[in-house]
Design a binder for this molecule. Structure first.
Ligand SMILES: Nc1ncnc2c1ncn2[C@@H]1O[C@H](COP(=O)(O)OP(=O)(O)OP(=O)(O)O)[C@@H](O)[C@H]1O
Ligand SMILES: [Mg+2]
Length: 249
């Protein structure tokens, strides 16, 4: 059972108001287990990115208590944030370099990480020579190289076409299966949230609180064809109706 044992993340009654008095989070309580995959959805501007930043330690709550892994948190943004002047392989190596890992081991691990996202042949290319999907793959490989226990993803595949996005989702689930990380994945795509996660957390408009959570019981590995099943559509429909209700109320 993925939810047994102590939580990796425990946010208890978190509130966050920025110094300019913008109240963004109100009474957010959320637990995430080790190696659990959680998707986070909610209206634009409600506070999803703020919640991720809080989980990463980049923001502090105004009140409430928050327990997160003290280190080993990986963050993947919509923009791949690769350094334009470094080749893909050298980009992947960056974090290991900062940690003082020797050149041979660094290169070896970076090569394996590139292979794990299907980019073995592209290590010599510069970011401008990669497609959007390839950049995101490289960005994922770079983050996973440090073997994080918590991976935060903020709309990472929002800028690619639907077909590429589905293939990135399949790759991400394969990486999830072969790693230990728990994931919090922010998306505006309900289908992506359901396909990837074990639980979809739905946030209200700002000030955001958690209004509803939907357990997604499909076992991993999930076949691409799952997206076209009636049961899958039922879960998507349930989430869509919660989001729609909030917009009209
Ligand atoms: N440092 C800050 N100071 C003041 N307000 C901020 C700050 N950072 C974010 N906000 C505000 O907090 C609210 C939530 O922003 P956030 O980026 O978390 O939303 P979001 O749910 O990720 O939106 P989107 O779906 O469009 O990405 C917005 O109204 C934003 O303007
Ligand atoms: Mg955001």
């Amino acid at each position: 059972m993925h939810r047994s044992g102590p939580s990796l993340v425990a946010a208890d009654d978190i509130c966050l108001t920025f110094p300019d008095s913008t109240e963004v989070l109100r009474n957010v309580t959320l637990q995430i287990a080790h190696h659990e995959f959680v998707a986070l959805v909610g209206p634009s501007g409600c506070g999803k990115s703020t919640l991720l930043r809080l989980l990463s330690g980049l923001e502090q709550p105004t009140s409430g208590s928050l327990v997160t892994p003290s280190q080993d948190i990986g963050f993947v943004f919509q923009d791949s944030t690769l350094l334009p002047w470094r080749t893909t392989l050298r980009n992947i190596e960056t974090l290991l370099e900062l940690r003082g890992v020797g050149a041979t081991e660094r290169k070896d691990r970076a090569q394996r990480a590139l292979a794990s996202v299907g980019l073995s042949d592209s290590g010599h290319k510069f970011p401008r020579q990669l497609s959007g999907g390839m950049k995101m793959r490289a960005s994922l490989a770079r983050t996973l190289l440090t073997d994080p226990s918590l991976l935060l993803l903020d709309e990472p595949f929002a800028a690619v076409d639907e077909f590429t996005r589905e293939s990135l989702n399949d790759d991400l689930l394969a990486l999830f299966a072969s790693s230990k990380f728990a994931a919090v994945f922010v998306t505006h795509s309900i289908a992506e949230a359901v396909f990837l996660s074990q639980r979809v957390v739905i946030m209200s408009p700002r000030p955001a609180t958690i209004v509803h959570q939907v357990e997604v019981p499909f076992e991993y590995p999930r076949e691409p064809s799952l997206r076209y099943s009636a049961e899958f559509a039922t879960y998507c429909g349930e989430i869509a109706s919660v989001l729609r209700e909030m917009q009209t109320s």
